[in-house]
Design a protein around this ligand. Structure first.
Ligand SMILES: Cc1cc2nc3c(=O)[nH]c(=O)nc-3n(C[C@H](O)[C@H](O)[C@H](O)COP(=O)(O)OP(=O)(O)OC[C@H]3O[C@@H](n4cnc5c(N)ncnc54)[C@H](O)[C@@H]3O)c2cc1C
Length: 427
């Protein structure tokens, strides 16, 4: 049997202890079979268990093996496309609902951490850093927009003010969101998995769903077992492959890379980020970074369309880090890894139902730490018969990538190159 380990990331090296979770080797019956133990699957499982459902989670590798255990750890509110675009696409009523939900994921994370005592180094405060005056103008508009939907923990920063929170000379200003923040992402997933089990849920690792037998009482097959369920939640995101062909057509896995320095020591670490906020810049192909609890810098950036694993990640990301922080030129990189997120053409999440009983949420296109936690709640509401918020997501239109499965990667890369050039020349 395949035994897929975690990638060699800083997170895997500093993960909290977790119990062994055997592969499924029998036939079991449950109310809800969740496919995938990332944040989407775990958040769904937790909300369902809290509402009295019996839940079985199937994970192809290990809890948090996918993006949820590899990401930048940044709690970024809202969606990868903002609410004004949603408003123009689907109209004010649906946008109002989605806008109200845009900051809920961050609150869910904090509630989970407090309720289940999850040790994941949670810190408050996230910075959006503007490299150009035009980006600063966008942030000003974004603040007005978010405040219109009731999200108020925001502060615009001029050049002098942002220099007080991040020792990088590239920025003309920024916006601080105190309801943003950061976490050790794998430890958040592991803590949520423990919470699932504390409520009586079962998680099978090394148990990929290889086939779904659809129907009134659907069955999910793994290599050595099967789960008969009333409902299925598909939460495999960029790692799902072609298990559900309808979902693969309108999304594309993309890779993004992360490096982690050796420990910097207190003085150097706090000279870079004195308040320990996390930072992402406002470029289309953005850089994001933050400190860890043991004072390393985690720095991510870059996108590989089609999710091929680059050969030398340090060679791609280290120059970006040194551009932001030349003072780190002598610092060693201890870890480098890649992970996949799922891109949709609109960059909005793909949510819906296949038949009567197969639900899915995927494709939040980069910013997913908060959205996936919200998604779990919204999916659980739908299974309980309260579908208004689910429908607000499910009604978002989605289109196939130009060029189909074969040409979508070069077309998307071309689009990104164009936006990358615009960033470079400040358009
Ligand atoms: C490197 C990187 C950095 C990122 N940084 C940030 C960030 O700082 N902030 C932010 O907001 N977002 C970030 N993101 C995005 C965010 O991490 C994701 O949007 C989010 O974690 C997706 O969660 P998920 O549960 O939907 O998917 P995943 O976490 O990918 O989980 C899917 C799980 O399903 C399993 N699976 C797949 N197929 C099957 C199957 N057939 N049977 C059983 N199991 C299956 C996989 O093994 C995997 O564990 C980043 C993503 C990456 C890759």
């Amino acid at each position: 049997m395949a035994n897929t380990p975690y990638p060699e990331s800083y997170y895997a090296a500093s993960a909290n202890a977790a119990p062994p979770r055997p592969a499924l080797q029998e036939e079991v019956e449950t109310d809800v079979c969740v496919i995938g133990a990332g944040y989407t699957g775990l958040s769904s499982a937790l909300f369902l268990l809290e509402n009295g459902f019996k839940v079985t989670v199937l994970e192809a590798a290990k809890v948090g093996f996918g993006a949820s255990g590899r990401n930048g750890g940044q709690i970024v509110n809202s969606y990868s496309r903002d609410i004004d675009v949603i408003e123009r696409t689907v109209g004010p009523k649906q946008a109002q609902l989605l806008g109200q939900m845009a900051f809920e994921g961050g609150r869910i994370i904090r509630e989970r951490v407090a309720k289940y005592n999850i040790q994941c180094d949670l810190k408050d405060g996230g910075v959006f850093a503007a490299i150009t005056a035009k980006q600063m103008g966008h942030l000003e508009a974004q603040k007005r927009l978010w405040e219109r939907f009731g999200h108020t923990q925001l502060e615009l920063m001029d050049q002098a003010r942002i220099r007080q929170v991040v020792a990088c000379d590239q920025y003309v200003g920024g916006m601080l969101d105190m309801s943003g923040g950061h976490i050790h992402p794998l430890n958040l997933a592991l803590g949520e998995a423990a919470a699932v089990e504390s409520l009586g849920g079962t998680i099978y690792e090394q148990s990929p769903a290889v086939r779904i037998e659809r129907g009134a009482s659907p069955v999910v097959h793994t290599p050595q077992g099967k789960v008969r369920a009333k409902f299925i939640i598909v939460a495999g995101n960029a790692y799902l492959g072609n298990l559900v062909p309808e979902l693969a057509a309108k999304s594309m896995p993309c890779g993004t890379q992360v490096i982690t320095t050796a420990p910097l020591g207190d003085a150097l670490a706090s000279s870079l980020l004195p308040q320990d906020y996390c930072v992402e810049d406002c470029n289309y192909l953005l850089d994001y970074y933050r400190l860890t609890a043991d004072k390393r810098l985690v720095f991510g950036g870059g996108v590989v369309y089609g999710a091929r694993d680059p050969a030398n990640i340090e060679a791609i990301i280290r120059p970006k880090m040194l551009k932001a922080f030349p003072q780190l030129k002598d610092v060693k990189i201890d870890y480098a890894w890649t992970g996949n997120f799922l891109l949709t053409l609109s960059r909005l999440p793909q949510v819906g139902r296949l038949g009567d009983n197969i639900y899915y949420s995927q494709g939040c296109s980069g910013h997913g730490v908060t959205y996936t936690h919200l998604a779990g709640k919204v999916l659980a509401e739908a299974l309980r018969g309260q579908a208004e918020r689910f429908d607000a997501f499910a009604d978002l239109p989605h289109y196939p990538f130009p060029g189909g499965q074969l040409l979508r990667t070069p077309f998307a890369a071309l689009g990104a190159w164009y936006y990358g050039l615009r960033d470079k020349f400040g358009y």
